[in-house]
Design a protein around this ligand. Structure first.
Ligand code: FMN
Length: 200
């Protein structure tokens, strides 16, 4: 499937085959693809919690208002981010570059994030959103369906997955085998409402 078809065919599916287990090769492929998602300064601040424990899935489903896809999809991925990735030995994000590049980029990273909590958090959400879309399009191309989610109690999910102090929960993506198709698209706004030329 090419990218344009994957974009057109991706829909938010809610009803999954609860008995389906994703083969390890598919999981490996999906994870190797999501690692190619871009991140600012290549800091790779995404953290993907793969929730496998059925009891934990049930508890997370409760924290998500009982939404069935949380327990029934083959994969529940809690996309988190490390808010402090930028200061954790950042030279390793640029290992394969010449020393002069490293000497320039490492102070630039520090200068960009230090003391800017809002920027750190915004960056986490940008990273997660892009990674989520990579997962969903890759999943579609691999014969799976998916659903992005933020309809859950973020604090409770953080407690359940033992979120480290300097991380944040961004969103979920579930991936699995659809039992029912998504509902018809609810609406699509006209382009002239969502596209602005030059200025608002
Ligand atoms: C950030 C975000 C959060 C969402 N949260 C939920 C959710 O908690 N539960 C759900 O069933 N769908 C959720 N959705 C799916 C949207 O309802 C869906 O993307 C939208 O209706 C458009 O449908 P489509 O994805 O099939 O094109 C979410 C989508 C996004 C992007």
């Amino acid at each position: 499937m090419d990218t344009i078809d994957a974009i057109k065919q991706r829909r938010s599916v809610k009803i999954y085959n609860a008995g389906h287990e994703m083969p390890q090769d598919d999981l490996d492929q999906l994870l190797s693809l999501v690692k190619l998602s871009p991140t600012a300064f290549n800091q790779q601040n995404y953290r993907f919690v793969l929730v496998r424990d059925p009891e934990l899935r049930k508890q997370i489903r409760e924290a998500a208002g009982g939404q069935a896809q949380v327990t029934d999809a083959s994969l529940l991925i809690v996309i988190c981010a490390d808010l402090k990735a930028w200061e954790k030995d950042p030279v390793r994000y640029w290992d394969n570059t010449p020393k002069e590049v490293q000497e320039y980029i490492v102070p630039a990273i520090d200068n960009y994030y230090r003391g800017r909590e809002r920027v750190q958090r915004d960056e986490a959400m940008r990273t997660a959103g892009i990674a989520a879309q990579t997962i969903m399009l890759a999943a579609k191309a691999m014969g799976y369906d998916s659903c992005p989610m933020d309809g859950f109690d973020f604090d409770r999910v953080g407690e359940l997955v033992h979120l480290p102090e300097d991380h944040t929960v961004c969103m979920f993506v579930v991936v699995g085998k659809a039992v029912e198709p998504a509902m018809p698209r609810p609406s699509q706004l006209p382009l002239d409402e969502i596209v602005v030329i030059d200025r608002f």
